[in-house]
Design a protein around this ligand. Structure first.
Ligand SMILES: *Cc1c(COP(=O)(O)O)cnc(C)c1O
Length: 386
């Protein structure tokens, strides 16, 4: 099976991890801050906090922005469930804004319409989670404009997009957002096994993120209610979690960061080769917005209804049976049973549902060979014909 994504672990990665295993600190050692600094320097953000997953990073980002009961969080229906669940963890109400059918990202025009409606009934969101699907940045300048007009905060869910750029700046510089979140799950661009990281340029948000990832505990006397009782002293000043990343994971991440730009460049080369070689087939190749340099986490083609003799599902099954590890990113969040239980219904976000009927993620990862890519294309051509 040619998988849709695959991590690369080199001898340098292994040596870096083994070094930590032989050291005095397995967790909360000296490597974690180096990893955080490395990511911040790369993407151009001031503060970064590594945690045990992007899901945890989204949760504490919402809390740091003050999201709570009686508040609303909006996001895209075409994302991994974590982008929406973080709102529910905080007791907030979650709603969705339909996608732009070309980029598959949250559509700024539909966002504006929904904000105008919400303003009339005093139901504006506190936080909008903007997902950079497939690694291509959403239209952040437009969304940021709307945030100033309607007064909401922005979290970028850049789980797919580390190493990508928007208007020439790296995703994560937070020019148009309050917090940006990355995932280091093995299928993503670079990995720490499990892991995530939240970056921000705002010192007050940074302070909150740091507290919340570790029980709400501080050792900083400036934050305490009274001077320390002694050298052992710390205070819990908020309700936080144990969302910390280990030094073992950080060492793997730090080593992987060396190859981030090369990985993204290779992903773009392979994606462009797909664009060229698929142009003869009855499929739609992924549109790239001129403002975005995608990290190319996913290569999503669409099989238009009635454009082929076989159905989307038949083509998908045929590819899987032929050893091509295609996937579908994602099932629209609002039609999962849990969300239907909250009152959502099929038909509410038609662009997302149309995307779901057409999309197929083809294998794409930096160590994929040209022979493997040719194999994918040949099997796809067969699946479309027969
Ligand atoms: C992978 C992913 C997440 C969750 O990442 P974890 O690190 O596995 O928690 C969140 N949002 C999106 C868009 C993702 O792809």
């Amino acid at each position: 099976m040619i998988p849709y994504g695959r991590q690369e672990i080199t001898d340098f990665d292994i040596a870096a991890v083994v070094n930590v295993l032989k050291s005095d600190f397995l967790t909360q050692g000296p490597v974690l801050p180096c990893f955080e600094e490395r990511v911040c320097n790369h993407v151009g953000a001031k503060y970064g906090f590594a945690v045990n997953s992007a899901t945890s990073a989204l949760h504490i980002a919402c809390l740091a922005l003050g999201l709570g009961r009686a508040d609303r969080l909006w996001t895209s229906p075409i994302t991994f469930v974590a982008s929406a669940n973080c709102g529910l963890y905080c007791g907030a109400e979650v709603d969705f804004v339909d996608i732009d059918p070309q980029t598959f990202n949250l559509c700024p025009k539909l966002l504006e319409q929904k904000l105008l409606e919400a303003e009339k009934c005093n139901a504006l969101p506190k936080v909008v989670v903007v997902v950079h699907l497939t690694g291509q940045s959403a239209q952040m300048a437009e969304i940021h404009e709307l945030s100033l007009r309607f007064g909401f905060s922005i979290i970028e869910d850049a789980s797919h997009a580390i190493g990508g750029k928007y208007q020439g700046d790296f995703v994560g510089c937070c020019r148009y957002s309050d917090v940006t979140v990355f995932s280091f799950h093995p299928v993503k661009i670079v990995t720490t096994a499990e892991g995530g990281l939240a970056v921000t340029n705002d010192p007050a948000i940074a302070e909150r993120l740091e507290l919340l990832r570790s029980h709400g505990i501080t050792r900083n006397p400036a934050l305490m209610t009274h001077p320390p009782d002694g050298p052992w002293y710390y205070q819990q000043i908020d309700l936080g979690y144990n969302y910390r990343m280990t030094d073992i994971q950080a060492a793997l991440g730090l080593s992987q960061m060396e190859r981030l730009d090369a990985y993204v460049a290779r992903r773009n080369e392979l994606a462009e080769r797909y664009d060229e070689l698929l142009s003869a087939l009855p499929v739609v190749t992924p549109f790239q917005h001129p403002d975005s340099y995608s990290a190319r986490h996913l290569y999503v083609i669409r099989v238009k209804e009635n454009s082929t003799a076989r159905s989307h599902r038949e083509i998908f099954e045929c590819l899987r049976n032929q050893g091509i590890g295609v996937n579908l990113h994602y099932i629209p969040v609002h039609i999962h049973p849990y969300y239907e239980g909250l009152g959502f219904r099929p038909g509410q976000f038609p662009n997302a549902e149309q995307y779901y009927r057409e999309a197929i993620s083809l294998p794409l990862f930096p160590t994929m060979s040209i022979e493997q890519q040719d194999e994918v294309i040949a099997r796809l051509a067969e699946a479309l014909q027969s």
